[in-house]
Design a protein around this ligand. Structure first.
Ligand code: NAD
Length: 340
């Protein structure tokens, strides 16, 4: 029996998760929703994804655009085991009532508060603790990146203190109403909300985060300073551990990937999905160990890093017998990501 999946909200995250689900051997994509006709609604139809109406969507409007509609969200929910809610920030909280009434499991995104779900989820961080829970929230792109890094550092060397400065992209590439387009905007919430969000996965982690927003659309970059409790004698052990972990991509110095433009050029060369970069990206040159002080940079492709996590969250919520490593391996194989 395959897991029957619906995607409610077919935007930046939803369309990527829809493609990722449709590639999994143990899942079937039953349908996706749109609230109004758009080029993305047309792409859903062209890909053969049954289209359903969400929110105030009108069937007549879609039909006038030549886009066939299979029904409303309620009709879709009646046919699935789980809904991935990828609607805009805070809309998921409203949708949660519909899912509970319909008796379907749901996966929410990081734009919702953690209370929307039974647990916050990261595949490398806390898969086991989330297994069997009906409502999960995949943490945001930045939190996912930090939680993945924590899954490498915490069990091996322990963490006494961790400071992250998040250099955040101003908007996604297709967004034109956000900025700045010329400026660096400090986030005056000190520390920023990201640290507490990481603690929804690692409750004891002594982490403090601060953030600035800069005029780029490509990726976020995290500047990390970690004090390790039991540091290795050499940084090469840390590089080896990151390289051996799924969902990390390390650039060697000879690759001349000097920053996020080259990282995304590599992603276009590789051509997975939407030319996405679903892994945490680290630079070997950008990792240094000084006694117990570890410094490293990591780049996070905000549009796609949570995509494999959503696939794993579906398995955690729906398959009692599965394990984190088995799910991660299945997801990554289907997506064409490197097997660690
Ligand atoms: P988006 O605006 O690109 O897509 C949201 C989609 O939901 C749109 O297609 C919109 O038309 C649709 N929608 C609007 N109202 C709806 C409703 N009532 N029911 C169903 N669908 C509705 O947004 P996004 O960037 O994909 O973000 C979705 C979620 O993912 C948010 O919680 C966000 O915080 C989170 N997230 C976004 C990013 C990112 O960088 N874009 C990264 C990680 C997590």
């Amino acid at each position: 029996m395959k897991i029957r999946v619906a995607i409610n909200g077919f935007g930046t995250i939803g369309k990527r998760v829809a493609d990722a689900v449709s590639k999994q051997d143990d899942m079937v994509l039953v349908g996706v929703t749109k609230t109004r006709p758009s080029f993305e609604a047309r792409r859903a139809v062209e890909k053969g994804y049954p289209l359903y109406l969400a929110g105030a969507g009108s069937k007549a409007e879609f039909e006038a655009a030549g886009l066939p509609v299979a029904g409303r969200l309620e009709d879709l929910m009646a046919q699935v085991d789980v809904v991935v809610d990828s609607s805009p920030d805070k809309v998921g909280k409203e949708n949660a009532k519909l899912y509970r009434n319909a008796g379907v499991r749901a996966i929410f995104q990081g734009g919702e508060k953690s209370e929307v779900a039974d647990a916050s989820f990261n595949a490398l961080g806390n898969f086991d603790a989330c297994r069997g829970k009906r409502y999960l929230r995949v943490v945001s792109c930045n939190t996912t990146g930090i939680a993945r890094a924590a899954s490498v550092l915490v069990p091996r060397w322990g963490v006494d203190h961790w400071e992250v400065t998040l250099v955040r992209r101003a908007s996604d590439p297709a967004e034109t109403k956000r900025g700045p387009i010329n400026g660096i905007m400090p986030t005056f919430q000190l520390p920023s909300h990201h640290g507490p969000d990481v603690r929804t996965i690692y409750p004891e982690l002594p982490i403090a985060t601060t953030a600035v927003v800069v005029p780029t659309t490509l990726m976020h970059v995290h500047v990390n300073h970690v004090r390790l409790r039991r540091p290795p004698s050499d940084a090469s052990a840390i590089v080896t551990a990151f390289r051996a972990t799924p969902r990390f991509h390390l650039f060697a110095p000879w690759e001349h990937a000097e920053g996020t433009p080259q990282v995304m050029e590599y992603a276009r060369d590789r051509g997975i999905g939407f030319n996405d970069m679903m892994e945490n990206v680290l630079w070997e040159e950008g990792l240094r160990l000084d006694g117990s002080d570890l410094y490293f940079f990591q780049a996070i492709h905000q549009e796609s890093i949570v995509v494999p996590e959503n696939v794993d969250a579906i398995r955690a919520a729906c398959l009692e017998g599965t394990t984190g490593p088995a799910s991660i391996a299945a997801t990554d194989r289907a997506l064409g990501l490197r097997a660690a």
